[in-house]
Design a protein around this ligand. Structure first.
Ligand code: APR
Ligand code: ZN
Ligand code: ZN
Length: 361
């Protein structure tokens, strides 16, 4: 039987989000219905509601979530009812050229549920990142459910579903930060903060946090930064070079997504160093760099989608480290809120007041 549940939708461009009733179908082949326990508020949800991603309104928002599998459709073997799962937006296909080369973390053909959730009048919803988890229940592809240790707090576990994984993975997967490395992270919100934490986990010797907001720099210290630079008052390229013996950092993670901060990252890395762009630019942004510098400085200029994570490999491992007290994922939960407070959470996110607000159901 299709179920009616409460959920947060964005009905039209720019309009405030609203709590409404939606219809969740029974899971079809390869699908699962998940009872959501917690879902973080991410910038991408705000981008959807502002029409910045596409105009397939109405959107069912929310995508950094954890919950319990309620039912599964035909042919689903990877999860079963009762499993505690973190939802992911990288259900890999196993068939595309990336998967076939043994690099499923780059899968070019990820999938979501085939059936649609709807409003009561039958209007089809577009779930954010194929998830839509500001809802009591949601329908996803079974491959979007990653089983993790149920001892983890749902509000914390869910954050691995997007921003925190993006930042951790930018450092440990894409940037390949290793023992003894020097790392600089430009922009220390939820994503950059997670890159700081990932760098500490990977054994970086020096972790330089750069932001224009002193509150974020204080948090970055708690997450593992060894040095902080306020780039509103101090030239970050000079500061990072000074802190690294005049050379620049081995890895610089850009977690803002703007041309000027990308340039800072480009010039703040050591020769043959790596830049990782994890901040998401907007379509009108362009970048100009002397090609000779791109050539002459060597190294690698990489971008990191979802932290190059493979959910089945990375989520259970990171949750285990969290449960062992070796990765303070709880530090990202600034506040827990109810389903009807998402609009206010967008406002606080916009003001830079929070790392993450998490809806708890
Ligand atoms: N220089 C340095 N830091 C900056 C600058 C700048 N010019 N502009 C903004 N920042 C800082 C902000 O002060 C804030 O601490 O960048 C941080 C951005 O953090 P959040 O707003 O919390 O965003 P976050 O969730 O971390 O995402 C960062 O990654 O996934 C993408 O879409 C996301 O582009 C966004 C980026
Ligand atoms: Zn694939
Ligand atoms: Zn997100």
């Amino acid at each position: 039987m299709p179920q009616q549940v409460k959920a947060v939708i964005a009905r039209a461009k720019g309009a405030p989000v609203e709590v409404t009733t939606i219809v969740v179908p029974d899971p079809g082949p390869g699908e699962a219905v998940v009872r959501i326990q917690a879902c973080g508020v991410c910038h991408t949800d705000l981008h959807y509601r502002e029409g910045g991603i596409n105009d397939e309104f109405p959107f069912l928002l929310g995508h950094e979530a954890a919950g319990i599998v309620e039912s599964v459709g035909e042919g689903v073997t990877e999860v079963e009812p009762g499993d505690f799962v973190v939802l992911n937006w990288r259900a890999v296909c196993g068939q595309c050229r990336a998967c076939k080369r043994g690099r499923p973390q780059y899968c070019f053909n990820t999938h979501n549920a085939k059936q649609k959730m709807t409003l009561l009048d039958g209007t089809e919803l577009s779930p954010a990142l194929g998830i839509g988890a500001f809802a009591e229940k949601t329908l996803v592809a079974a491959g979007q459910c990653t089983k993790v240790d149920p001892a983890a707090e749902p509000a914390v576990a869910g954050l691995l579903g997007c921003g925190v994984m993006a930042g951790l993975g930018a450092a440990i997967n894409t940037g390949n930060v290793g023992r003894g490395d020097s790392v600089a992270v430009i922009g220390c919100g939820g994503v950059g903060g997670a890159a700081v934490m990932g760098s500490r986990l990977a054994g970086a010797a020096k972790i330089i946090a750069v932001d224009i907001d002193d509150r974020k720099l204080e948090t970055a210290r708690r997450l593992g930064a060894t040095h902080t630079v306020n780039s509103r008052t101090t030239d970050p390229v000079e500061a990072i070079r000074e802190l690294t013996g005049g050379n620049g950092a081995d890895v610089v993670v850009e977690a803002v997504g703007r041309p000027e901060t990308y340039k800072q990252a480009f010039y703040a890395r050591d020769l043959a160093g790596t830049v990782v762009l994890v901040g998401v630019p907007t379509p009108e942004m362009t970048l100009e760099l002397p090609l000779l510098d791109v050539f002459g400085r060597g190294g690698a200029l990489k971008s990191s989608w979802y932290g190059d994570c493979l959910p089945s490999r990375d989520f259970p491992m990171l949750i285990d480290l969290y449960l062992q007290g070796r990765l303070d994922l709880g530090a990202f939960v600034t506040e827990t809120i109810e389903l009807d407070a998402v609009e206010q959470a967008f406002e606080r996110m916009h003001q830079g007041d929070v790392l993450r607000s998490v809806v708890v159901l």
